[in-house]
Design a protein around this ligand. Structure first.
Ligand code: SF4
Length: 408
């Protein structure tokens, strides 16, 4: 990231902090926090059981459920589902437009690059993500809910003008309206929506998704709606999902609620004509969920408690200096580095910043579920160095101690 981008990001983070801190101190949020900590710990401990329950509940609700061991399998399942839809709806293969919502899991499996290689057009529906998509280069997000927080108004105006061949002023509303009209026009031809999920209620067979823009309502109302979710998103009930969603919102935005909390528990249907069941009234005719392992089963429980609010990076001294170089894919900061070990391997985790962490513990202090990221990082450093993945200066210090009895 460029120095000026980091500067802009820091300004956004400072404003965010001022909103989150007072809300996090309210007794209501603290009570919610206690509840969510228990929910997350139990859910991760009982993940296998929840997977089995979710599969049954989805079946009862008419949702197709798939299990993907890794990202490659997830992409193949996704492609098969899309190709089936292309065939059944007689879509021109050169005119496939897919409405996509913001999702860490979709980024984890590189869905956009993959589907684009198969000739499809992916349209990001979240404004921040659409701006990054139009930017083309250096377009990794810097925060889970504010992906373009490092770009100034002028940067954004330039990106939009250049990519859409416009001459807009640097006026936020003008930019928003231009992007919205363009996205809606592209999606007139779209039959397929793909999204992630904030939480999945296993017993209810329901998927919860949070948003402010109203874009997920567009995605979920396409004829085919595919949801890709990590196994760690499973919790027992819808009440648990809503509790997590509320806490995540408070720690991500400093607001008690997002504008929308969509819950999908089946395809669109009606029985208003002689009680005959008809599918596809306004929403999706087919809903499919892909539950993704991709290393999660190997991860230590603590690493999976995360509810994805992003508050750890807001307070992280390393992230505030180097930005999204500290993290992996859209899993940002120390917790992202830790996740990268399980999603990939020790080498990737070293490349994502395993040795950048200061072990100060600010992330844990500011984490609503008290993820002990610095402890996880410390233990991953142990395993990484056993694989010979130490830093050169560290090796030198070790050799000096061995040879000379002194680090110098
Ligand atoms: S580790 Fe904690 S603070 Fe960081 S994103 Fe996850 S829940 Fe939020």
């Amino acid at each position: 990231m460029k120095e000026e981008e980091i500067e802009s990001m820091r300004k956004v983070f400072n404003n965010l902090k001022k909103k989150i801190e007072p809300l996090s101190e309210s007794p209501k949020i603290q009570a919610l926090q206690k509840r969510v900590i228990d929910i997350r710990k139990d859910a991760i401990e009982n993940n296998n059981e929840l997977i089995a329950i979710a599969k049954e509940s989805f079946k009862d609700n008419g949702i197709d459920c798939f299990y993907a061991n890794d990202e490659m399998e997830a992409r193949e399942i996704l492609l098969d589902l899309i190709n089936e839809e292309i065939e059944s709806s007689n879509i021109d293969k050169n005119e496939v437009f897919i409405a996509k919502s913001k999702s860490n899991t979709l980024r984890e499996i590189n869905v956009s690059e993959f589907l684009e290689k198969h000739g499809m057009n992916i349209v990001e529906t979240d404004l921040g993500d659409r701006i990054l998509q139009l930017k083309k280069e250096d377009n990794n997000p810097v925060h889970p809910t504010g992906p373009a927080s490092h770009l100034t108004l002028q940067d954004i105006a330039n990106i939009v003008n250049e990519s859409m061949d416009l001459d807009l002023n640097s006026v936020p509303r003008e930019i928003m309206e231009a992007v919205r009209e363009d996205v809606l026009k592209l999606l007139e031809k779209s039959y397929i929506g793909i999204s992630g999920s904030n939480s999945i209620a296993a017993e209810d067979g329901a998927i919860l998704m949070l948003h402010n823009e109203g874009n997920i309502s567009i995605v979920q109302n396409k004829k085919l709606h595919i949801i890709v979710a990590g196994l760690d998103k499973l919790v027992p009930s819808l009440e648990d999902s809503v509790s997590i969603a509320k806490l995540e919102t408070a720690y991500a935005t400093g607001k008690p609620l997002t504008s929308y909390m969509n819950i999908v528990a089946g395809p669109s249907k009606t029985a208003d004509i002689e009680k005959k069941l008809l599918k596809n009234m306004y929403g999706a005719e087919k809903v499919a969920v892909i539950l993704l392992d991709n290393g999660r089963k190997e991860a230590i429980d603590e690493c999976l408690w995360c509810i994805g609010c992003g508050n750890c990076i807001v307070s992280c001294p390393v992230y505030n200096i180097v930005g999204n170089e500290f993290g992996y894919s859209s899993y940002l900061g120390g917790r992202g580095v830790a996740m990268s070990k399980y999603l990939k391997d020790n080498k990737v985790s070293v490349g994502s910043g395993l040795y950048m962490c200061t072990l100060c513990g600010m992330c844990t202090e500011n984490c609503p579920v008290l993820t002990p990221t610095y402890e996880i990082i410390e233990s991953l450093r142990n395993t990484a160095q056993k694989e010979g993945l130490s830093r050169e200066p560290h090796k030198k210090i070790r050799d000096n101690i061995k040879d000379k009895g002194s680090p110098y």
